[in-house]
Design a protein around this ligand. Sequence first.
Ligand code: NAP
Length: 331
Amino acid sequence: MTYLPAETRYDNMQYRRCGRSGLKLPPVSLGLWYNFGGVDVLENGRAILHRAFDLGITHFDLANNYGPPYGSAEENFGRIFAKDFKPYRDQLIISSKAGYDMWPGPYGEWGSRKYLVASCDQSLKRMGLDYVDIFYHHRPDPDTPLEETMGALDFIVRSGRALYVGISTYNPEQTRQAAQILRQLGTPCLIHQPRYNMFDRWIEDGLLDVLTEEGIGCIGFSPLAQGILTNKYLQEVPEDSRAARYENQLHWGDKVTQDRLAKVRRLNEIAQARGQTMAQMAIAWTLRLPAVTSSLIGASKIRHVEEAVAALDNLTFSEEETAVIENILAE
Ligand SMILES: NC(=O)c1ccc[n+]([C@@H]2O[C@H](COP(=O)([O-])OP(=O)(O)OC[C@H]3O[C@@H](n4cnc5c(N)ncnc54)[C@H](OP(=O)(O)O)[C@@H]3O)[C@@H](O)[C@H]2O)c1
């Protein structure tokens, strides 16, 4: 089957400028952290990517360690890219990252130039790409001088491996320093990728101010707290859900607790009154701030992508809705 993207794909998506750069991103981007690995069904991932692009999602986010197993999401993406997306390379923003443990020994994680350049080369090979659009340092490294890590990002751009660079999960101070070093090197920091959702609002406490001042875009990951901010767990934990499949492995403290579900039930009532599903309201809520360029979702089903894109039909929150949501989240 030859994939032909929908001709209507650019009709409804309102792209947003990423910081003070020339690059625009879709307000909803798709990440391949889960559901695209060696343990997953390739044709399902392929169908999700097709639908996403058909709906105007031009940005796919990967990292060296996405899978499981590590590397397999990039390999699978590479297969799908070669088959379906190659003619559309110039219409896509593909990102990858390095920072977490990827291979054994002292050069397989963190932020040395040795690790970042080697990992970028490995990612390009797995995906069958000449370059990635954005290459990120995935997490701050407490031991490597920031000059070395940012110097490696600058080199990755100058050597043609990436067009832009970004950082992920850096705190406000680290972000300011990284931005300054990158600016001096002549490779501005395009984007920051922090976690941002109704249950995790750390970026409102200083980071967004730094990003605005520095002209850096923001793509918030896990807007659904890995699925908890949807209605999927309100009755039970479905067998095919991430919480069931990766029990006890869910990162960032995303546990399905009664306390959280009680909040989601109340939030769900507000969503319904807005004519949205819980997932849609959670995504719209992350996009209410002008400093947030894109909401970086995950999806195990085509309908997750469709639901997320339909969230863009209502991104405004009344004062009353905002106040009620704040109350629920603060309790
Ligand atoms: N920079 C970093 O350190 C970092 C860390 C984590 C993630 N990320 C990036 O962010 C991306 C998104 O992260 P995430 O997958 O945690 O995002 P998320 O959008 O919070 O969660 C996605 C999961 O929620 C469930 N879901 C999605 N839409 C749904 C709907 N409408 N109804 C019910 N359930 C729904 C699905 O889980 P089920 O499998 O249960 O169906 C889906 O896999 C990743 O792929 C990655 O690119 C970056």
